[in-house]
Ligand binder design. Structure first.
Ligand code: BGC
Length: 768
């Protein structure tokens, strides 16, 4: 435990010792929607918490619109596309300054659930389909926020990947999938950044509510990962409060008045809830409350202009150039082209998602006005709305757009998902954007060969027109300054440098969860196991519309000279990977270098490759830099379910480096040797083949096969014809097939006692 936290915990312990049972129970439930209870008698302060994650939503009344003005940064899908941990840290610092200025002690974010399906209603609030990327970005965000004395709440823990029946649905998955896909982002964020709080999810995980899940809240979160802070329920996620306290849920939000307070008191009085357990849960909560309260900065202010400028910069780093035929972009100001700006989103952008994360922005920039500013006036620009804000078009709107597109040199069509298509609280029904948007793009691209599409959406979408437009920008939900950032990129003031943190599939039918998303009737079966996102498209050999990790730039990059620090390593050691990346174009740019690991001969079905490291490198034209990554045990390991731990299967691993999950030009391999710790102990349930492949077991393996096969032929004097020998070998092979998958204890029965229990025990003793 960190020194600082120890001090708060000691003070909290002293205070808890002076509390009545009623006071303890009171503290464990909020005082209304956003604050904790005070205990004046003991000088226990209350703290204020609020959403999160990409801006502050401090409510001033019942409606979302009543929130205090705050900077709306790009939402998580956009932030993640920057692949830039430093940037996430800066956003975190800015969010914390706004929190301090509004006397908010805890910001409810970041959200890091995996994007299991593109239809997930809250995908816009989550980072990625990949746990390493999501975890590292979350860690940086948390470090940024907490460096300014404001706490975070890492959410929603865990396996919360659909909105449908979100308060009751049961996420059913196997242990390996839980460990390899759904937990690592949390693990990285917690072990690297120690958020002050974690928010448990609404749903059940393997039949147990996340808010009552001892395995998740205690065994994994605190015992394994060393989480020091408190767990808060998602708003309304509490079911059986006593079970929750027992499992490690500290704070119930929002407050339930006397309802659950009474249950806790009754639980203690009836002996169901031990006082020691109650004290522990209250102490942890109180320690964070004390720390958060003492980190207040009374009188703090934030610079709204500066934060708006930061939001513009961040959006510029998050907008992805997905297509740019004939280098149509950038539209350099000097070339004096006539531009038709088409689509209502150009003037009324969709820049954030709906639900608890909805910020009341300090201002909003739109792409049309920003283009006017950058191009020095309206002279070269025309505008047609093309559709209404629900995405509905009319023959008249289409005709107006067609006219303007025809008269211009370039048409820029703004399209995407309206609010009603994507929100917290429900999942999307399809990948499609509104028919009105599709028709508009069709009409424009028929008359204007130089058509650019700019998308505003929180998750991947279908693009039936993608082959008919020359350039494509994925803007995501760019936040309040997105209009400026889009204009910066269109005009080349900013060189795009973002890449996809989620795959864009060709069709919904191609997605990993096509047959079962969302899980209906309160059951979400994670049948696709570890194969989500690019892991699935790789395994099925499907070509996505745009692959994970993909994004273009106005310059080009070349990769070379991959070197590994050693041809082979022990799994306890490290491997240093180096390579060179050069800017081979004419403008400065940034490249996101990605490293994936592939196991050559896995013992169980593993993804073709997995992202293990990445970095973003800024390069002037012609400049070359060396990039270095360090890999360790976990980067080669899989989760070994029978052993309940991470294990490296010794052998060859490929190291793949490049610019996207489908463009990895550099490749080398390393042999990873696993020490005895990685090898499971042999028991009477181990199969005969496990003895064969085991460092100790292989010595006694002949004794096992002998039980069935007798002495090896070389040691007998029997003479056989070639036919007899072939027949003998065939029979031996069949026996071996049968024998290899047999647990060794069965040899006693099958040998009719020739191989005795005692012989078995002696043999097992030899291999321990
Ligand atoms: C959401 C959380 C949010 C909380 C408070 C819940 O409905 O799931 O993400 O932090 O409300 O607004």
């Amino acid at each position: 435990m960190s020194e600082q936290f120890k001090v708060y915990k000691a003070r909290a312990r002293e205070l808890v010792a002076q509390m009545t049972l009623e006071e303890k129970a009171r503290l464990l439930s909020g005082n209304g929607a956003w604050t904790t209870h005070k205990i004046e008698r003991l000088g226990v302060p209350s703290i204020y918490m609020t959403d999160g994650p990409h801006g502050l939503r401090k409510s001033q009344g019942p409606s979302m619109a009543d929130a205090v003005p705050a900077t709306c940064f790009p939402t998580a899908s956009a932030l993640a596309s920057s692949w830039d941990t430093d940037l996430l840290r800066q956003v975190g610092v800015a969010l914390a300054r706004e929190s301090q200025a509004n006397d908010v002690q805890l910001l409810l974010g970041p959200g890091i659930n995996m994007k299991r399906s593109p239809l997930g209603g809250r995908n816009f609030e989550y980072f990625s389909e990949d746990p390493i990327l999501a975890g590292q970005l979350a860690a940086a965000y948390i470090q940024g926020v907490q460096s300014e004395g404001v706490g975070t709440s890492l959410k929603h823990f865990a396996v919360n990947n659909q909105e449908h029946e979100r308060m009751i649905s049961n996420s059913t998955l196997d242990e390996r999938t839980l460990r390899e896909i759904y937990l690592p982002a949390f693990e990285i964020a917690i072990t690297q950044a120690q958020p002050w709080t974690v928010m448990c999810a609404y749903n059940k995980v393997n039949g147990v509510y996340a808010s009552e899940n001892h395995l998740l809240l205690e065994d994994i979160l605190r015992e394994e990962w060393g989480f020091e802070g408190f767990v808060v329920s998602d708003w309304g996620a509490v079911h059986d409060r006593v079970k929750g306290v027992t499992a490690g849920l500290n704070l119930e939000m929002p407050g339930s008045g006397e309802v659950n307070r009474k249950k806790i008191i009754d639980g203690v009085n009836s002996g169901l809830l031990p006082v020691a357990r109650l004290d522990e849960v209250v102490t942890t909560l109180l320690a964070v409350v004390l720390k958060a309260s003492e980190s207040r900065k009374p009188g703090a202010r934030f610079d709204a202009d500066q934060h708006h400028a930061l939001a513009r910069q961040v959006a510029g780093e998050s907008i992805i150039l997905l297509k740019n035929d004939d280098n149509l972009l950038p539209l350099e100001a000097g070339k004096k082209k006539k531009l038709a700006v088409i689509g209502a989103f150009a003037k009324e952008p969709r820049y954030q998602g709906a639900g608890s994360s909805q910020v009341n922005p300090t201002r909003i920039s739109n792409a049309y006005d920003e283009l006017v500013t950058l191009l020095g006036g309206t002279e070269r620009l025309s505008y047609a709305s093309g559709y209404d804000l629900e995405g509905v078009t009319t023959p008249q709107l289409l005709e107006e757009a067609r006219q303007q597109a025809r008269e211009a040199d370039v048409a820029i069509v703004f399209a995407g998902l309206p609010d009603s298509y994507e929100s917290e609280g429900f999942d999307r029904a399809a990948l499609d954007i509104p028919e009105g948007h599709n028709r508009l793009i069709d009409v424009v691209s028929q008359v204007q060969p130089n058509t650019v599409v700019v998308l505003m959406n929180g998750s991947s979408i279908a693009m039936p027109w993608v082959g008919r437009v020359k350039a494509l920008l994925e803007g995501w939900l760019t936040g309040q300054a997105g209009g400026g950032a889009i204009a910066d990129i269109l005009t080349g003031k900013v060189n795009p440098s973002a890449k996809l943190a989620e795959t864009f599939p060709m069709r919904l039918e191609d997605t990993p969860t096509a047959t079962e998303f969302p899980g209906l009737n309160q059951q979400a079966q994670y049948g696709e196991g570890v194969f989500i996102g690019y892991r699935y498209y790789d395994k099925k050999n499907l070509t996505p519309l745009f692959p994970f990790g993909f994004g273009l730039s106005y310059t080009t990059f070349a990769y070379s000279e991959l070197t590994l620090s050693a041809p082979s390593i022990q799994d306890t050691g490290t491997l240093t990977v180096q390579l060179k990346v050069r800017n081979t174009g004419k403008v400065a740019g940034k490249e996101i270098v990605q490293l994936y690991v592939r196991e050559d001969k896995p013992v169980l079905s593993r993804p073709e490759k997995e992202l293990k490291a990445f970095t973003k490198v800024a390069l002037e034209p012609g400049e070359e830099k060396t990039v270095s990554f360090t890999l360790k045990q976990r980067d080669f390991a899989y989760y070994n379910t029978p052993l309940h731990r991470w294990t490296v299967n010794p052998g060859r691993f490929d190291i793949l480096v490049g610019s996207s999950s489908r463009n990895l030009p550099l490749r080398k391999h390393v042999e990873v040797e696993a020490g005895p710790a990685a090898v499971p102990a042999l028991t009477r349930n181990s199969t005969v083949k496990e003895f064969k492949n085991h460092p100790k077991g292989k010595a006694v393996y002949p004794q096992l096969t002998k039980v069935f096969l007798g002495e090896p032929p070389a040691q007998t004097n029997v003479k056989r014809t070639p036919q007899e020998e072939r027949a003998r070998q065939k029979a031996e092979m069949s026996t071996m097939v049968f024998l290899h998958d047999m647990p060794v204890y069965k040899l006693v029965n099958f040998s009719e006692g020739r191989f005795t229990e005692q012989a078995l025990n002696e043999l097992l003793a030899q291999v321990q």
